[in-house]
Design a protein around this ligand. Structure first.
Ligand code: BG6
Length: 501
């Protein structure tokens, strides 16, 4: 595979250093901060896009001195960002990291934050720009911004900005997501809210748009005329690990579908946006979300499959009689001209055969009249696979003549591997998202209407499953590709899940 230098084209607004600002992380002692946010800031500084006028204020209930927090940051950077022990970027970051112990429910905490931010703003010349990151339990997603607002910390004036990042899960169903949106919008304007979905931080997910719209050859075939169906697999090898407490209430459907899976669906299915401005892209994504047929309750039983892996009920913090699903497969239909009659089959689960996320586009079979003597099952239709992780790349499968005196067709692949061309970049997946918050680009963040539309797609499935708890759980072995019913879902349509080696 060639590794010659590639020509690069910069997207609008990118390629400059982020705005001077202070990032206040609520939940600064938690896993997300430790494993993702701090390493991402470290990587950003290494890429020379963090300005010198920058500081981080960590806030959490844990009693810790500022020095202890700094030591922890240094340790975390070595542990999770691979930083060397003698590291100038770590020194740079540690000099700008502060910590405040505080109870998120106590109004006094916000007065102290206000005083501290004013002091740090002066010290680091951050021009009054504050980014607040909610790396907390979802119960605080509305409360913290409301209290920040009451303390006068969210108002944008005199040219400075104030932005709030909300983590997932954004609500637990349509009604709670609506309520959260309306609570946030009492204090903030939509353009101040950055609802994060870390799937959009993945290079390969962002590449879906580039692949589709920066190349002239795919778009003409990207529709019902040429595509038979689309399969999206988000398989995880791990189980629930230490997250049983959260997961047993959430389940695979809520945990993965309204957010990550539907992001993959919208990027695959959307119309070309009129520009790469945030709302132009998100308008097209929102149209797809609205076009996904809401399943009538009677169809949920045939178009939605749930599964639970054997051993799940024995996981820590999981109810020993749990009927929570750890696997879900859905057949989605997008009711628009481009996709009418082209099903999107999606599946995701824990404890599956391997960690693998991919989007497979199966094209219609060619009229094989010329190859009458070849058994038709041997003639594979073309398949284009966008490998999202872990081996990022793109594969196009097509038929080729097997060398020899007879005309025999074999399936071959044309492969593009990210690492071969671009090498590998240290990344947590949060770099681009944090950077975009700092430059005010909301393209990769969910808008209020998108989140609500996502929940309305899964709503009927949630309702039916709640009314009829699964009786045959567990129904798949750990290390399998999900329950048999998921295969039946495809079989009924004379199709099959792609075999993933
Ligand atoms: C999270 C889910 O949003 O995404 C987890 O809550 C899941 O349950 C994770 O494991 C998967 O993310 P990734 O980046 O490992 O595919």
């Amino acid at each position: 595979m060639s590794t010659k230098p590639v020509e690069t084209v910069q997207a609008q607004g990118h390629g400059r250093v982020g705005d001077a600002c202070i990032i206040t992380i609520f939940g600064a002692s938690g896993d997300l901060t430790t494993r993702k946010l701090l390493p991402a800031l470290y990587n950003l500084r290494r890429s020379e896009v963090l300005p010198d006028e920058f500081a981080v204020l960590g806030v959490a209930v844990d009693q810790m001195t500022e020095d202890q927090f700094r030591d922890k940051v240094r340790y975390d950077l070595r542990e999770y960002a691979g930083a060397p022990s003698d590291c100038s970027v770590c020194d740079w970051l540690a000099e700008r990291v502060y910590y405040l112990t505080g109870d998120f429910r106590d109004p006094q905490t916000y007065q102290r934050i206000k005083d501290r931010l004013a002091e740090l703003d002066q010290k680091h010349s951050t021009r009054g720009n504050y980014l607040y990151y909610m790396a907390t339990a979802p119960a605080f997603f509305a409360e913290i911004p409301t209290r920040l607002g009451e303390a006068g910390l969210t108002e944008e004036k005199d040219g400075h900005w104030r932005r709030v990042v909300i983590e997932k899960p954004f609500g637990s169903d349509y009604d709670s997501a609506r309520k959260l949106n309306s609570d946030l919008l009492k204090t903030l304007s939509e353009k101040q809210i950055y609802r994060i979905d870390h799937y959009l931080g993945k290079e390969t997910v962002q590449n879906i748009l580039v692949f589709r719209f920066a190349n002239g050859i795919f778009e003409p075939t990207w529709n019902r005329r040429y595509i038979d169906h689309v399969q999206i697999t988000v398989a995880e090898e791990l189980g629930v690990e230490r997250r049983g407490g959260y997961y047993d209430h959430a389940g695979a459907l809520r945990d993965m579908v309204p957010n990550h899976i539907l992001q993959l669906v919208t990027l695959t299915a959307m119309e070309p946006p009129i520009s790469f401005q945030a709302d132009a892209v998100r308008d097209e994504q929102a149209k797809i979300l609205h076009a996904i047929q809401v399943m009538p309750p009677e169809e949920v039983l045939t178009r939605a499959v749930r599964g639970q892996y054997a051993g799940y009920r024995q996981e820590p913090l999981v109810n020993p009689e749990s009927s929570t699903e750890t696997f879900v497969a859905l057949k989605l239909s997008i009711d628009n001209w481009r996709w009418a009659d082209v099903p999107f089959y999606v599946r995701t689960g824990k404890r599956m055969a391997k960690r693998m996320t991919e989007i497979a586009i199966q094209f219609r079979r060619a009229p094989f009249i010329l190859f009458r003597d070849t058994p038709v099952e041997k003639l594979s239709p073309n398949m284009l696979v966008l490998h999202i992780q872990p081996d990022e790349g793109i594969t196009l499968g097509f038929g080729a003549k097997i060398p020899g005196p007879l005309v025999q067709v074999g399936s071959v692949n044309m492969d593009f591997d990210y690492v071969d061309y671009f090498g590998s970049q240290p990344s947590t997946g949060y770099e681009r998202l944090l950077y975009d918050c700092m430059i005010g680009d909301a393209t990769l963040f969910q808008r209020a209407d998108m989140v609500e539309a996502g929940w309305s797609v899964v709503g009927p499935v949630q309702d039916v499953w709640k009314a009829l708890p699964a009786r045959a759980f567990p129904n798949y072995a750990a290390g399998a590709w999900g329950p048999k019913e998921a295969d039946d879902l495809m079989k009924r349509d004379n199709r099959a899940w792609r075999k993933i080696e």
